[in-house]
Design a protein around this ligand. Structure first.
Ligand SMILES: [Zn+2]
Ligand SMILES: [Zn+2]
Length: 87
């Protein structure tokens, strides 16, 4: 059988994959390198994701945190006010 030459071969010796286009090889290489181009932009959170969908799913966690912290701040502030009033 004759195979059409696929010029972009995966450089990993234990992987025999070959691709017609360099872009396809680049996408495939992520399997080996674990490159995750979508980074969470929240401070203190260095999570990285392979797809935008995974990142936006993850961002929901921070949205919930934000509202929770806001509630907490209001509670603390209210407590401080009441302390000052009772003093
Ligand atoms: Zn490979
Ligand atoms: Zn995050």
């Amino acid at each position: 059988m004759f195979f059409k030459e696929k010029p972009f071969a995966c450089p990993y010796s234990n992987c025999l994959k070959k691709f017609n286009e360099k872009a396809n090889l680049t996408v495939h290489l992520r399997v080996h390198t674990g490159i995750k181009p979508f980074c969470c932009e929240y401070q203190g959170c260095n999570k990285k994701f392979k797809t935008f969908g995974q990142l936006s799913d993850h961002n929901k966690v921070h949205d919930n945190e934000k509202y929770y912290k806001l509630d907490l701040l209001v509670v603390i502030y209210a407590k401080r006010i009441s302390k000052e009033l009772c003093h």
